[in-house]
Every structure is written in structure tokens, then in C-alpha cells.
Design a protein around this ligand. Structure first.
Ligand code: ADP
Length: 267
């Protein structure tokens, strides 16, 4: 089984992803598709007059401020925009795709952060009404059952907290957990860049290989959301996944190219 996480950023070619996925599934590959919704959330939040806010942790990590209203918009973007687009793209090509969120069947469960620390105007504040967390357990049995019955799961955030509330979880890291829980050989993180760039945005500076011992160094090259991908890659390797590739989803046959090692290969 291969977990393929698809980004939602500008330039990502969803048709090419669905076409390649369909060809590979017909040839016998078993795929699990994961996606996020951060870019669709930003657009929708703007349209709804409740623009996204980013918070910075004391250690410098940035994340989406997810109050209850933002969580609702995030769910609309994931479950109402991105997920049906992928399910439709796959169904049109004869793949029996089945959309589900991390809440369904307790697929992605994690602790909700009871207090989020953020730096605002040089001061550290504590936010208590945030709905965020990290996936800790994956209902691998449910996925095996679905794939075994011929379905292709298309999974999106949110996840479910241990207290059964929806939580905003990072899809790259959730995909890493999923690949580890399923004992996958390979995890693909497809985005709108050729891979991890040493000198972003210069695409000629792609890092082609990262050894497991050099993950922290690689994370140092990434800014913003690319950091989560490198963290996810590290977590997947730690969880027993043999190979992680950050690859380009702006091209034809993006899954096959990443599987062939085009992109940044972590192993
Ligand atoms: P997705 O929606 O595909 O998951 P994100 O926008 O969340 O993608 O993350 C990918 C983005 O990370 C790239 O579009 C790029 O703007 C940014 N980025 C930051 N640093 C780097 C880097 N060193 N190499 C590649 N991309 C980087």
C-alpha cells in the first residue's frame, strides 16, 4: 500500500494526479489518498469575511488559529471543496473512491491541545479555545477493510480528539502516521515545488536525497509549511516507512515520477 498526500497549493494538477492514480490502481497498486485544505480554507475564509489568522509559537512554528468558526470553515474547505474534487476525479476514471474525514470511523485520533502558546507583540499568550491537535492513532483496520474491498479511500482533516471533538490536524503529518500505521513501503508528499529546495524558490537547488540522520538539518532549510513535510518525512521513517518522497504535483504522472525517485527522497 502507498499513501499519497496531495497538496492544495496553486499549480497542483489534480487531473494529472487522478489520471496517474487511476492507471496505477488498474495496474494493481493499492493507494490511499490524503489531502489537506489549508489553501481552500484561506480562500473560503476570505470569501466569508472571516480571514485566516496565523499564530507563531514561542519556538517559531507557525500554525492556523483554529477557533470554532475557523474550524467550521476548515471543514467546509476540506469536506466540501477538496475531497469531492478528488473523489469525482477518481470516479470519472473508474476508481471507486470513497471520501472520508479523519473523524469518520475514528480514523485519525489525537489529543486536542488544551492550551496553545502563541507570541503576540513580543508577549507569550495562552489560547484555550483552539481546536488543533496531532494524529496519534490511526484506524488502520478500517483502511485495510476498505482497500481490501476494492475502495480507494480519500482522507481529509479534521481528525477527532480523544474527547470526540473535531480537531485541525496537519495533513502531511497525518499522512505520515497513516503510512506508518499501515506498514507502507512508501509515502509520497506531492506539492507545487519539485521537492525540498536548498535555496527556495530557486528550483535548481533541489535536495535530491536526505538520509535519516540528516532530517534536522533538512528541516532547517524549509520555511513555513514545508517544515511540516520534512517533519512528516522524519516521523514516517521513524514509524518504519522505508521511503518518503516530496515530489512535484504540477506535472504529468506525478505519482509515478515520485515513485521513480524524482523529488527529494528521504530514506
Ligand atoms: P501543499 O498545499 O502542497 O501541502 P504547502 O503550501 O503547504 O503545500 O507547502 C509547500 C510550500 O512550501 C511551497 O509552495 C513553498 O512555498 C514552501 N517552501 C518553503 N520553504 C521551502 C523549501 N526550502 N523548499 C521548497 N518549498 C518551500
Amino acid at each position: 500500500m502507498i499513501v499519497v498526500k496531495i497538496g492544495g497549493s496553486q499549480g497542483v494538477d489534480l487531473d494529472a494526479v487522478c489520471e496517474d492514480a487511476a492507471q496505477r490502481i488498474r495496474a494493481g497498486d493499492r493507494l490511499i489518498i490524503v489531502h489537506g485544505g489549508s489553501h481552500a480554507t484561506d480562500t473560503l475564509a476570505e470569501q466569508l469575511g472571516y480571514p485566516s489568522k496565523v499564530i507563531t509559537s514561542p519556538s517559531g512554528h507557525t500554525s492556523r488559529r483554529t477557533d470554532r468558526r475557523t474550524l467550521g470553515i476548515f471543514q467546509m474547505a476540506c469536506r466540501g471543496v477538496m475531497n469531492p474534487a478528488l473523489v469525482e476525479g477518481l470516479q470519472r476514471r473508474g476508481v471507486n473512491a470513497l471520501g472520508l474525514s479523519g473523524m469518520d470511523g475514528r480514523l485519525w485520533v489525537g489529543e486536542r491541545k488544551s492550551a496553545v502558546r502563541a507570541v503576540e507583540n513580543g508577549r507569550t499568550i495562552i489560547i484555550r479555545d483552539d481546536y488543533t491537535g496531532t494524529v496519534e492513532t490511526v484506524n488502520a483496520e478500517l483502511l485495510r477493510m476498505l482497500v481490501g474491498a476494492g475502495y480507494t479511500p480519500v482522507i481529509s482533516p479534521p481528525g477527532l480528539s480523544t474527547g470526540s471533538e473535531p480537531i485541525n490536524v496537519d495533513a502531511d503529518r497525518a499522512a505520515a502516521r497513516t503510512a506508518a500505521a499501515l506498514g507502507c513501503e512508501c509515502l509520497l508528499l506531492l506539492s507545487n515545488v519539485p521537492g525540498l529546495l536548498r535555496d527556495y524558490p530557486d528550483e535548481s537547488t533541489i535536495v535530491t536525497h536526505v538520509k535519516r540522520s540528516a532530517i534536522d538539518e533538512a528541516a532547517g532549510l524549509a520555511q513555513g509549511r514545508m517544515k511540516k513535510k520534512v517533519m512528516g518525512a522524519g516521523e514516517a521513517l521513524e514509524g518504519g516507512v522505508a521511503r518518503v518522497v516530496i515530489g512535484d504535483a504540477r506535472r504529468a504522472r506525478p505519482i509515478s515520477a515520485a515513485l521513480a525517485g524524482e523529488g527529494t527522497v528521504f530514506e
